[in-house]
Design a protein around this ligand. Sequence first.
Ligand code: ADP
Length: 416
Amino acid sequence: MTRTILYIEDDPASRRLIERMLKHAGYRVLLAERGLQGIDLARLERPDLILTDINLPDLSGHEIATTLRNDERFQDTPIVALTAQGHAAQDMAMAAGVTGFLTKPIDIEILLTQVKYYLEGGQDEIDSERLFSAQVRYTREVVARLEGRIRELESVNQELLKLDRMKETFIQITAHELRTPLTLVFGYHRLLEDHLTIKTLMDSDEGIKTLIYGMGEAVTRMQNMIEEILIMSRIITKKIDLSLSPTNLGNVMEGAIDYFHDSLSHRKIRIHFDKSIWPRQMQADTDLMRIVMINLLSNAIKYTPDDSDVFTLVSVDGENVRFSVLDTGIGINPDQHKRIFEQFHTVDDAKLHSTSKTTFMGGGLGLGLAMCKGIIEAHGGKIWVESLGRDLETYPGSQFVVVMPLIARRSLPKLT
Ligand code: ADP
């Protein structure tokens, strides 16, 4: 039976040399460059012997031995350390729990005989007094290293928090700076559209009309994207401040459906909506709820083929309202049901997506649902999706469900 040896070594030259020797002697060899990688590989492959260098970039060989010895499955596995010459290093390895050690530089003949010896149950011995004092030194060393690591992690964590704050400030400043000139472009476009000469030109020349409309659409898309990014950054930094007021949810849904009027008739998509059953009085942030409705409808339209139906459903249950947008589109696989609510997550490659909010299978930034989730949760509600799976032939559809309180309260700052 071929025996398996795991060799943990960060130096490529030693790795290659010893791998070749062990393979030549008929062993199956597994290699790891780092301590944690070695431990994972050991747990996965259960080698017959583990050979480890002492100085590794993450865990030391000592720490690898101690970790594996604490795992029942490795109580009897020979773990052999490659140490420097001298008692101190060897005693320390024994204190950490190795079966034996080989000294560097390695003599190939000795390596093969020793490997055989350890595989057959052989063990190195040191006297108990030396072992005891090595154990004391080893414990001190581990504690000191642990303290060093905790300090390192703390400073990295501080650095990451600082970078995170910088990233948020950068997003906010960039988006605000972009918004100002874009508002000007939007205004100029309006003036252009209303200009008498241009109007006459547009009436007589389809090409010019398309150009002017295209320009308007592009500017609106850019404005929407900037708004999305700004709202998203408020949601991420938990700075979403609800502006609560009496809200007629039926009006909000009606307005959102109206927003898509042109594309709905163009794509022959029928949205079923009965305003009379929607609650007229609730306490919510009307503008943010409009964003939720627009995003849910936009997705339903985007992922449903032409000449199909989208349903809007609603019911009031005690203090909560439950509403949903149910489409007859491509559907969503269960493994994506949670992930689609993450920021910048798109099921298909975002690069393949067009930026239109209504083209079939057209995409966006992958922010829409993350934004909906942030807004609904800020109101104290929940949002989720139900869908049997994705199928571009049978169109199983998806249903996005929201349950939220009729009277939302501004969440109070948490006491820590
Ligand atoms: P995007 O703006 O890219 O559409 P969203 O956050 O709104 O981003 O949606 C994330 C992903 O979820 C989309 O890329 C899409 O693959 C999937 N998705 C969202 N809504 C639907 C739906 N109604 N039907 C099928 N897939 C959907």
